[in-house]
Design a protein around this ligand. Structure first.
Ligand code: NOJ
Length: 557
């Protein structure tokens, strides 16, 4: 890594080691009492974010939307949902964040629009063969009545990937039917996105998180494979849907646009991809600049898994000339304080594990019968230990709103309150992602625990009272105060150390590394481990004399 890898030496490279706090706008803070969090709510919490010590916020979509997929179904890419605010509110929020030294990253969703988008409505009205339909992926139906879908593919949320429009044609949707996919071979679509990127960059946005960044370019040339055949095509240049080479041209155009700004705008791609060699492509300075590393979302709390993920992603980032991201939670996965509190195996259940998906069986583990198996204390200890370990690594750290409170997944949302399309399309087998999207508790009381003056858009459990910001604020030993101390220590570490880390040999179930004069030791096991020599600068659990307890991290400076 070069000397400029460190943001303290090159402010334009702020994102390379930034702490980015993901705000799920509907769940963060509701200023107007309509049950949906809003931009004024975010602006009102800037002092909270500044005191927490984050460098940037990333806002999940706040654009006009019917909320068929939590706002990732977008009606207008250059406006604000009226329930969430106005463009003027956006400008005020950005000004307040910038005044506090916090950068702003917004979500760009380039794979699809919503079915209410003006261009999709125009495509429906214009009919088969029209230029309007060319902006999306329309195909004729099969069979004498053209009422059979062009292929038997299923969409990512379950159910068919093609939706009929009633005139013999179907359109393709990788996600919900309310999310028709764009045709990225169409120049108008490309120009439209350049316009959208410029629109937000001109409004002062510092960067972009790019949704399903590996899926824009597609090959729908005939004959289309059936689903069995499709499943056998390796993801990459020959796959019709994922990780095609044509993406390079798309992102080269975006990069040219980003580089017209000073400092250049930054982007991070959401890419779930097994092929490591190809993952690095998205992170070069010819492309988006950074790509998410999601491996920790699928990993158990085990030293060996953590070590190999760290080594692998530092190497990928170095090859790309970028930095990697450390992520334990986001709006798509079960909160990690819960994942880490579940047993790895349960008799009679082939896989419990700690992967990101959330099915009925695992929901039962939390709520079923008299013996829910989530060990909440252990889950929190491991969550803090993992976070402290990651915080000291080279690269940037992405936090998901509420994790600084130690929030757990809300497992017992009644079916009739659920919102996630995954729940409706599985159908009902996978409970979906609502459990990590429940509005945050700010106070121990009030109609929505201080989220807003009214109710919340998903039911909040009684135990949220113990996790409220005001409660944790007053408790020096709370997760919130630990995050504040840890992020302050991280700033000192970054200012003082080179980007590289060196591993130090350590006992089984532990990891130990050095960055400059700082050393970090994590005990992943249950039994206490000997405390390495050095002055303790940060811990996630009280030390027992010369021992580091199980599930704990210590920094030494
Ligand atoms: C990834 C987003 O993170 C997820 O929430 C969304 O459902 C899909 N992309 C579709 O936009």
């Amino acid at each position: 890594m070069t000397e400029t890898a460190n943001s303290t030496r090159n402010p334009a490279a702020w994102w390379r080691d930034a702490v980015v706090y993901q705000i799920y706008p509907r769940a963060f803070a509701d200023a107007d009492g309509n049950a949906i969090g809003d931009l004024k709510g975010i602006a009102s919490r800037v002092p909270y974010l500044a005191r927490l010590g984050v460098d940037a916020v990333w806002l999940s979509p706040f654009y006009p939307s019917a909320l068929a997929d939590g706002g990732y179904d977008i009606d207008d890419f250059r406006d604000v949902d009226p329930r969430i605010g106005t463009l003027a509110d956006f400008d005020e929020m950005v000004a307040a964040l910038h005044a506090a030294g916090i950068k702003v990253v917004v979500d760009i969703v380039p794979n699809h629009s919503s079915n209410r988008h003006a261009w999709f409505q125009a495509a429906l009205a214009a009919g088969p063969g029209s230029p309007e339909r060319e902006r999306y992926i329309f195909r004729d139906g099969l069979g004498p009545d053209r009422d059979q879908p062009p292929t038997d593919w299923t969409c990512s949320f379950g159910g068919p990937a093609w939706e009929p429009v009633g005139d013999g044609q179907f359109y393709y949707h990788m996600f919900a039917p309310e999310q028709p996919d764009w045709n990225w071979d169409n120049r108008e679509v490309r120009d439209e996105y350049l316009k959208t990127l410029r629109f937000w960059a001109d409004r002062g946005v510092d960067g972009f998180r790019v949704d399903v960044a590996n899926s824009l370019a597609k090959d729908f040339s005939e004959p289309l494979p059936g689903s069995a055949e499709l499943a056998k095509i390796p993801v990459g240049p020959d796959h019709p849907l994922y990780d095609r080479d044509e993406l390079d041209d798309i992102y080269a155009e975006w990069r040219a646009l980003f580089n017209t700004y000073d400092p250049p705008r930054f982007a991070v791609g959401e890419v779930w991809l097994e092929n490591r060699e190809r993952l690095a492509r998205y992170a070069t300075d010819k492309s988006l600049g950074q790509v998410f590393n999601f491996d920790l979302l699928r990993a158990d709390f085990r030293a060996g898994e953590f070590r190999s993920i760290v080594s692998e992603h530092l190497a990928i980032a170095e090859r790309a000339g970028s930095t990697t991201t450390w992520v334990l939670s986001n709006h798509d996965v079960v909160r990690h304080a819960t994942r880490y509190g579940l047993p790895l195996t349960v008799p009679g259940m082939p896989f419990v594990g700690q992967g990101p998906t959330w099915d009925r069986d695992r929901q039962w583990l939390l709520t079923g019968g008299a013996n829910p198996v989530e060990d909440t204390a252990l889950g929190l200890r491991r969550a803090l230990a993992a976070t402290a370990f990651l915080m000291a690594l080279p690269g940037s750290l992405y936090l998901y709103n509420g994790e600084e409170l130690g929030l757990r997944e809300v497992a017992d949302i009644p079916d009739d309150a659920r919102q996630d399309p995954i729940f409706f399309r599985s159908p009902g087998f996978d409970v979906g992602r609502d459990g990590c999207r429940v509005p945050l508790p700010w106070t121990p009381d009030g109609p929505s625990f201080g989220f807003g003056p009214g109710r919340a858009n998903l039911p909040q459990p009684d135990w949220f009272a113990d996790y409220a910001v005001s409660v944790e604020d007053a408790d020096d030993a709370s997760p919130l105060n630990w995050y504040r101390r840890a992020l302050a220590a991280r700033r000192r570490l970054i200012a003082a150390t080179p980007a590289k880390l060196e591993w130090i040999d350590s006992p089984a179930d532990t990891l130990h590394f050095r960055r400059g004069g700082w050393r970090v030791f994590t005990n992943f096991g249950d039994a206490p481990a000997p405390l390495p020599a050095g002055r303790v600068a940060l811990t996630t659990a009280p030390l027992d004399g010369g021992l580091v307890p199980g599930a704990a991290t210590v920094w030494m400076a």
